[in-house]
Write a protein that binds this ligand. Sequence first.
Ligand code: UDP
Length: 473
Amino acid sequence: MASPNLHIFFLPLLTPGHMLPVVDMAKLFAQRGVRATLVTTPGNAARIRDSLERGSAGGRVEVLQVEFPSSLAGLPDGSDTLAASGTPEVTEKFFGALNALRQPVERLVREHAPDCLISDTFFPWTVDVAAEFGIPRVVFHASGTFTLTALGAVIRSCPHLGVSDDAEAFVLPGLLDHIEMTRAELPEFILSTPDYMKEMAASQFKSYGIVLNTFQELEPAYGDKVDGLKTWSIGPVGLCNVDGADQAVRGEKASGDNAERCLSWLDAQAPGSVPYVCFGSLCRFTRAQLHELALGLEAAGHPFLWVLRDVDGSGAAELPEGFEERTKGRALVLRGWAPQILILGHRAVGGYVIHCGWNSIVEAVTAGLPMVTWPLFHEQFFNEKFVLHVLRAGVPVGTVSCRIKEEERVLVGREKIGRAVARVMGGGAEADALRRRARELSTMAKKAVEVGGSSHRSLDDLIQELIGLKKWK
Ligand code: UDP
């Protein structure tokens, strides 16, 4: 469907878990004839260039650049991605720097006069910029409707204040599903709400609606509204990367180089035999935890593909003595950026040891893979509840504490890891049921983006509403 003259600015948070789905979204809008402009920093523009230039399904996304104020924030050059921020202190400076993007973004809006801003929840000031220019601001969250609904309910009714200790369970309020949680599983931003979270929440209420990388059939009970705001579920957006070459360059530049290595290794493995092990773009583990993970994967007895993030990000992770020799041929340990969507779609991959980042969950669902859930921080424990109790598509590794700092997390032992991997990858009734469920979800995911599918219609609906608003301007 052509969308005459509709021009949208996309402003994603500067981190892969937000940037990549928004790039995919911008491509989807462009494929429908919308003029799509991505606004980002030069460093991030370089990271996504290959992905934007490819796009076998058509649709061209323009890029406008704004300088990241590294020196103003006391950060070294090249700090314009959260993935580069190793410590909470650097992360705080990074978030501080985001406010300084307001003026250059405002200048671009004045110059190019878009009809709508689709901006990340982490840019609350975009609601004022949009109001100043008389255009709608649509919020993007890197989350699904279940988790947004549950987070909102916990923030409003504080069930965690009624329990006597961190390990005592409470029921998540206001949900159709009966789901229990503990205080230890709650993110730090709920236990003490920082000012930027309050600003994000306030700006959300003044926004036009919410756009999400999810699909209606994935979370039907959580409807088309969050906190009273209309949501458009237009995912899985990763499916816009239709061929292997699109998938190989999605994300960091290095993934193209890793793609061939992964594919030739996976080609030599039996169908469904490999668990993919990856904890997203931000997670770091202590050396002790990396050792337990290595030994747990080794003990599980399956071949495995492990994307290893180093203890200090330097590439110097030490694995247990003899590990690499013992697992030679049976394991591919990938340092750096993995072409994740390409890997998940390979027939040799049969399961996913996952940190429960939202995009990765949607990608696992799309690929029809059962999961071993290993949440670490932020809202990942909510996402885990969703996978285990709503989707019924995984088993837990058994983590108990939600912590950003790796040294504050409770160590997960090799036995637990080995057992959970064996439950998902082995034979038997439980593994069969998980695989069946994962396949059903995958079929629904792919249907959602086909012509006439729920996400396809939802995207049409959003475009038509925005065209309608433009007429009244
Ligand atoms: N990703 C990837 N290769 C990697 C790590 C991550 O392609 O080595 C992609 C992954 O496919 C997903 C995104 O980065 O689209 C990560 O988002 P998610 O919400 O799962 O987790 P986060 O990194 O934000 O914790």
